[in-house]
Design a protein around this ligand. Structure first.
Ligand SMILES: [Fe+2]
Length: 286
């Protein structure tokens, strides 16, 4: 066995040990990791350092096409020169901690709301991968919630009520909720999309709630009832029994399946400490 998987939660998440991912090229090894993603939805590596080009190469080898139409790509220049390598940090292009009113910082504060990556584009995000480069000396966890377990725990009446509904997802909405406004030109580049509220995962047949702070309304329902349903479902799906908190260390690498999980960043004193991670997200294309 090239890889070993140690479960970290009753429903999902496993820690992986095995060869360095830079050295994993064998299609059978990559298929084994994808099968583990189907089972665990979140995989965690420690001591898996990546250079930027190595991370980009692995992401494409693992799952194909990368998401580059990110909100950060709309807000300004990417300091790595590649919009597919998302700068998940509080550092500006000069290497300094961002000003409190930097629009990129104010926008990224919305990552503290429960969400799934790139649900606001078509095709949406499939796998996201975070590589930890600089980690503060205080906890700044990322929390994950299992949307399959959340679906499984719903009663039959609720399932029947919601399984054919659709939600409109827009990143402009999730930012607006916390008081951030894109201008008209930015909004044009970030028009939202309609997604099913419940997804069936192709290889396992498991069903999952497809929720996010980006979900602005239920298409088939009046806006207030739809927003209340979304709030109720997110409240249900993020009960402690469905949640895993990842405490970051330098060199950690985490992959999650955006079709079957939600996640959120937890707050820390980002005016005092640097925190730098790099994200690659693939698109849900068969
Ligand atoms: Fe995210």
């Amino acid at each position: 066995m090239r890889f070993t998987f140690r479960p970290l939660h009753p429903h999902f998440v496993a820690e992986v040990t095995g060869p360095r991912l830079q050295d994993v090229h064998d299609p059978a090894d990559l298929a084994r990791l994808r099968a583990a993603m189907d089972q665990y939805a979140v995989l965690v590596w420690h001591d898996q350092p990546f250079a930027d080009d190595e991370q980009l190469d692995f992401a494409q080898r693992f799952d194909g096409v990368l998401h580059a139409r990110t909100s950060l790509a709309v807000l300004g220049r990417n300091r790595f020169g590649n919009d597919a390598l998302t700068d998940v940090s509080n550092v500006d292009e000069h290497g300094d901690i961002m000003a409190a009113d930097d629009r990129r910082r104010v926008s990224s504060v919305s990552n503290r709301l429960w969400h799934t990556d790139a649900s606001f584009v078509d095709p949406p995000g499939r796998y996201s991968m975070l590589s930890a480069r600089v980690i503060p000396p205080v906890r700044a966890d990322t929390e994950f919630a299992d949307m399959r377990a959340a679906w499984d725990a719903l009663d039959a009446e609720t399932r029947a009520q919601i399984e054919h509904l659709h939600a409109h997802h827009s990143i402009a909405y999730s930012r607006q909720v916390l008081g951030f406004e894109f201008d008209a030109a930015e909004r044009d580049k970030l028009a939202g999309v309609v997604q099913p509220l419940v997804r069936t995962l192709p290889r396992t047949g498991r069903r999952a709630l497809y929720l996010a702070s980006h979900a602005s309304r239920i298409v088939e329902w009046p806006v207030p009832e739809g927003r209340l349903l979304l709030r109720d479902l997110i409240e249900h799906a993020t009960r402690p029994e469905f949640v895993y908190a990842h405490e970051w260390h330098v060199g950690d690498f985490v992959i999650w399946d955006n079709r079957s999980t939600m996640h959120r960043a937890r707050p820390f004193d980002d005016r005092a400490h640097r925190r730098e991670l790099r994200r690659t997200t693939t698109l849900d294309i068969d």
